[in-house]
Design a protein around this ligand. Structure first.
Ligand SMILES: Nc1nc2c(ncn2[C@@H]2O[C@H](COP(=O)(O)OP(=O)(O)OP(=O)(O)O)[C@@H](O)[C@H]2O)c(=O)[nH]1
Length: 395
């Protein structure tokens, strides 16, 4: 038994170093797109875990169960904070809250229980501790599952974590059930499985910490990549990405793979909105309009903000007539759309010019045609859609 405990202590020391390393890694982590608050909370979480593991180590040496239980709580609390940090970072609150609250509740029961004497004490409170670890592990599995979407080796690591976390939940639940229901099973007797179980949980906490950091990195990489193709105000694709996509669509057409339509869209009398309601409201309208249009587009369509109040839309596998029909239907829907900002109701309309790959399959030619058609739509009194005709601008 003495030898076994020594082994546990060595492992605990390694774990403490692991948590501390994570804390330092996080402190050094710098990315323009990372929430500083989340990183700070995360660092505190790792430090708490290190402190908890250190306390457990001391308790092992002193053979003091209450101290050990108390410091285990630091670990659980550190884990809970880690959840919270992730929540702050992703700004997605609800899915995380359920396992966090359940885990925290179980931890509180565990803490309260450790102060009272009862014949059931051992089984019941240790079972609660196992369950709190387990519930939070399942929560970690759920979150890792939700946020690991890309097939990279980082995601593979996260996928393994998901499996391990979930397994932990199942094992903890079985243990808890066994301890409470099966009469006479003494859960806190220092048996090998008990020690290993808790040690396993500490390792899991470390693995989860690493998993979260990997996800953080993956997300910030993705956000950085997004910055180069997104318009910062509306979040829509920017001009650069639009140009790339249009060139791609042209080359697909030239290979005989698909036809497409192109629309140039411009908000009507936008200057008046700025003048009447202020530039900030103008910004808000641009964002709302962007979202409205994006929602109505198919996944394969590319909708981008290419200038101040100018937008463009690529519609693969669509003709000019189909694109025109679609935009007219959008104009109709926009009439019924209410934009209320700071208590003021704002009505907006747009004009659009449309062309397609049968009229031209050159980048400049297509842009000029769509622009000419838009010019005609504006000249027709706005809130209208025009298809390109040869004499559009001269007519
Ligand atoms: N709020 C806000 N306004 C912008 C932004 N970019 C451009 N604008 C404004 O958009 C307005 C465009 O005005 P105009 O080109 O005269 O067009 P318009 O008033 O929409 O008139 P028509 O296009 O002829 O219907 C200008 O007042 C710009 O200041 C922006 O990012 N935010």
């Amino acid at each position: 038994m003495v030898e076994f405990r020594l082994d546990i202590m060595t492992l605990l020391v390694l774990l403490i170093l692991g948590y501390l390393m994570l804390a330092i890694l996080l402190m050094l982590h710098e990315s323009p797109v990372t929430s500083k608050r989340a990183v700070r909370v995360w660092t505190v979480a790792q430090s708490l875990k290190a402190l908890g593991a250190f306390g457990v180590l001391v308790a092992f040496t002193l053979e003091n169960t209450p101290i050990r239980i108390g410091f285990n709580l630091f670990l659980i609390f550190g884990f809970a904070l880690e959840f919270a940090a992730y929540q702050v970072y992703t700004k997605h609150q609800r899915p995380y809250l359920v396992p966090l609250c359940l885990g925290a509740l179980a931890s509180l029961v565990f803490l309260a229980g450790s102060f009272f004497e009862s014949p059931w004490q051992g089984q019941y409170w240790a079972a609660t501790a196992a369950l709190s670890f387990g519930v939070m592990s399942a929560g970690a599995a759920y979150v890792l599952f939700r946020w690991s979407t890309e097939q990279t080796h980082r995601s593979a690591y996260v996928a393994i974590l998901i499996a391990v976390n979930f397994m932990n939940f199942v094992i903890s639940a079985i243990r808890a059930w066994y301890a409470v229901i099966i009469d006479g099973h003494n859960f806190v007797t220092p048996v090998l499985t008990n020690e290993l179980m808790f040690l396993w949980n500490y390792v899991l906490l470390l693995l989860n910490g690493i998993g979260f950091i990997l996800l953080l990195k993956e997300q910030s990489d993705r956000l950085m990549a997004d910055l180069t193709i997104r318009d910062p105000l509306t979040g829509l694709f920017n001009r650069r990405h639009f140009d790339t996509e249009l060139k791609l669509e042209i080359s697909r057409f030239e290979r005989g793979q698909s036809s497409f339509a192109l629309a140039m869209i411009d908000l009507d009398h936008f200057k008046q909105i700025n003048d009447m309601h202020g530039h900030q409201t103008g910004d808000w309208i641009l964002t709302e309009f962007g979202q409205f249009m994006q929602k109505q587009c198919r996944d394969i369509d590319v909708f981008a903000r290419i200038g101040g109040e100018e937008f463009a839309l690529i519609l693969p596998n669509a003709s000019m007539a189909q694109a025109k029909e679609k935009l007219e239907s959008l104009q109709h829907q926009l009439t019924n759309q209410e934009f209320i900002h700071r208590g003021k109701r704002i009505h907006i309309t747009f004009s659009a010019g449309v062309t397609d790959s049968s009229c031209s399959h050159e980048f400049d030619g297509l842009m000029m045609q769509a622009d000419d058609a838009l010019y005609e739509a504006k000249a027709n009194g706005r809130d209208s859609v025009c298809g390109w005709r040869f004499q559009a601008r001269t007519g």
